[in-house]
Design a protein around this ligand. Structure first.
Ligand SMILES: CC(C)(COP(=O)(O)OP(=O)(O)OC[C@H]1O[C@@H](n2cnc3c(N)ncnc32)[C@H](O)[C@@H]1OP(=O)(O)O)[C@@H](O)C(=O)NCCC(=O)NCCS
Length: 295
């Protein structure tokens, strides 16, 4: 009998796209686990309820790729959950999925948060770098103290009372996100910060991945952002907490470090069709992201 060869080329297979709403959430969970992302099935479902997207399936229904977009008003969208299964990467699947997503997004202004692996792909599609996102996470420690003097101005906001929150969020984000607010609120603790009767900051905390995520956080200064985050950390001692911010240094990062939320990784925010609103003292700014996919 002849010796079988040591190598062989397996027959390649075809992939076809399908609406992401149509597949079993466990297949999506397996896809994101395969690239070591922390999303639970519930996180995927929450994103699917908010946005649109595709998966790429082989002939027997295995999911090899995903990509999603999330409209924020008529003129803006965020892109996320762009994944190719490791064994099919660098074969053009990511670009194929992105082309389909971009076609659906039309001429909306686009925002996404890019990993290192995806950076070249997005730049080649016309996206421009805007800022670094610092993913801070860890087990919350009990002794981080809020900024003295501001804590009294923090109030709990009911998940049904989102009018002012949505207006403030839209001013900071640069596009209206009332649907996102309404979607996050039922599972969130929400805190607001009021100055002279006016809501000047808000923050949410909600279950995500391994524990709790704090975000979005909108404020008019770092001190106010710290106060909101401190209020949202109350009662979370010893729990795994994550917050993504574009603040490179300063009071918020120092506070997060003291509270046990250390820098874990970075991604880069890229936009197409318009710059990211600046975070400056004295005007509403995004100090904590809602999620990578939602910015
Ligand atoms: C990023 C990702 C989706 C790309 O998918 P893909 O199917 O490999 O993409 P493509 O084969 O279409 O490649 C697109 C471009 O990216 C480049 N690229 C792909 N993987 C890369 C890597 N790990 N490092 C650097 N460049 C890479 C390719 O060379 C190609 O560039 P080119 O067209 O100039 O040659 C995939 O690597 C992935 O799922 N990574 C893990 C999850 C992730 O980071 N998702 C991105 C979220 S923002």
């Amino acid at each position: 009998m002849t010796t079988p060869p040591n190598t062989m080329r397996l027959k390649s297979f075809d992939l076809a796209t399908q609406d992401i709403a149509s597949v079993d959430v466990e297949a999506l969970h397996a896809l994101s686990l395969g690239v070591e992302w922390p999303h639970r099935p519930g996180d995927w479902d929450a994103l699917r309820a908010l946005g649109h997207g595709f998966v790429a399936l082989d002939e027997i229904g295995r999911v090899f790729s995903s990509a999603m977009w999330f409209p924020h008003g008529e003129d803006c969208a965020t892109i996320g959950m762009v994944i190719t299964s490791p064994r099919l990467q660098t074969h053009g699947g990511g670009r194929w999925m992105m082309d389909r997503i971009l076609q659906q997004c039309g001429d909306r202004r686009l925002i996404l948060n890019s990993t290192r692996a995806a950076y070249r792909l997005y730049v080649s599609l016309g996206f421009e770098p805007q800022a670094t996102v610092y993913q801070c996470q860890g087990y919350a420690t009990p002794d981080a103290a809020p900024v003295a003097g501001l804590a009294d101005a923090v109030e709990a906001i009911a998940p049904t009372d989102l009018g002012e929150v949505a207006a403030l969020d839209g001013a900071a984000f640069g596009a209206p996100r009332p649907l996102l607010m309404a979607h996050l609120a039922p599972t969130a603790e929400i805190r607001g910060l009021r100055r002279d009767g006016r809501l000047v900051g808000y923050g949410m905390r909600r279950p995500f991945g391994r524990g709790v995520v704090i975000g979005p956080v909108v404020a008019e200064s770092e001190a106010e952002a710290v106060t909101l985050v401190a209020a949202l950390l109350a009662g979370l001692d010893g729990q795994f907490v994550r917050l993504d911010t574009r603040q490179e240094t300063g009071a918020l990062r120092t506070f997060l470090e003291a509270a046990g939320l250390r820098l874990f990784d970075t991604v880069r925010t890229l936009t197409r069709g318009g710059a990211l609103p600046k975070v400056e003292p004295g005007r509403p700014g995004v100090y904590g992201l809602a999620a990578h996919a939602l910015s």
